[in-house]
Design a protein around this ligand. Structure first.
Ligand code: ASP
Length: 294
């Protein structure tokens, strides 16, 4: 069984989500799917998570929040329409966001819950889309998946007792679509990981279900020896060790969250960085040991 995590650019619009459908169809071992919130569609675009944050902050300040609210709804409506999903999917998402926004949570918890709505809504959409293309699939909430975390807003840490429950997800039928970026405290409060934390959820699920591979789908073919935005045709790196990858992450390298390697590393699960836009490219493998090369 494999865990496949799709980042923000891979779920940015309906066209990208259709690519995910093809990727999942191609390999029946891809049973656990973790998704980010819709990211930027072009350079000047705004990530849904940032829109949700602005929405929450302006609502709490009793400022003009309506335009953020509309932008969030438009993003989801557009995706749902382009995937030809039913109006019910949109209504469910809108209801969940309204419940958090107008509900009685205190300010910090409201921001936490709103921030998570990007991933949560996206997982519902992807789950329904997979059903619409003939796959057996369901959305799983992180509480139901067993992701129990410390109660530190914006910096949750996984609690060890989570893993036993996550392992039992293996028994569930079909493809499970799990939102990244958040878990629940022992008191039942929603708490988010640090920003970019959907990678962490993917790694936790991979460790918990003892996956044979954790595939992290993003928008580059591989990790390169130099920044591909600065240098043309850079050299690809085929294999990295966990240790090398962590050092790169600490140095500000942004392909993979620095905390995300730990759960996979502890269970010795190989990680593969792959491209949603070019899924046949082999990607970069991150493993515990590698043969030295010339
Ligand atoms: N959506 C969250 C963020 O923008 C988490 C993620 O994308 O991994 O930070």
């Amino acid at each position: 069984m494999k865990v496949a995590k799709f980042g923000g650019s891979s779920v940015a619009d309906g066209t990208q989500i259709k690519k995910i459908g093809n990727i999942i169809k191609e390999d029946t071992e891809r049973k656990f799917i973790v998704v980010s919130a819709p990211g930027k569609r072009h350079e000047d675009d705004v990530k849904v998570t940032d829109l949700l944050l602005s929405l929450g902050e302006s609502f709490i300040r009793q400022d003009e929040y309506q335009s953020f609210y509309e932008q969030v709804m438009e993003r989801f409506k557009e995706i749902i329409d382009s995937l030809s999903l039913s109006e019910k999917v949109f209504e469910d998402i809108k209801r969940s966001i309204d419940d958090v926004l107008y509900g009685s949570l205190d300010h910090d918890m409201k921001i936490e819950a709103l921030k998570a709505m990007g991933e949560d809504s996206c997982a519902k959409i992807v789950g329904q889309y997979l059903v619409s293309i003939g796959l057996k699939s369901q959305y799983i909430n992180p509480k139901d998946a067993g992701i129990i975390v410390s109660p530190e807003p914006g910096n949750a840490q996984i609690l060890p007792e989570s893993y036993e429950k996550i392992y039992r997800l293996r028994e569930r039928e079909g493809i499970l679509v799990i939102p990244g970026f958040f878990g629940y405290s022992e008191h039942g409060d929603l708490v988010t990981f640090s920003r970019g934390g959907s990678d962490i959820t993917g790694s936790i699920i991979a460790a918990g279900v003892k996956a044979k591979l954790y595939e992290n789908f993003t928008d580059v073919d591989s990790v390169y020896t130099v920044n591909p935005n600065i240098v043309k045709s850079p050299k690809e790196i085929k294999t990295l060790t966990y240790k090398e990858m962590r050092e790169l992450s600490y140095a500000g390298f942004s392909v993979f969250h620095d905390e995300a390697l730990i759960p996979a590393f502890k269970e010795n699960i190989p990680v593969c960085i792959k491209n949603t836009n070019n899924p046949t490219a082999p990607g970069t493998m991150i493993v515990s040991e590698k043969e030295p090369t010339k």
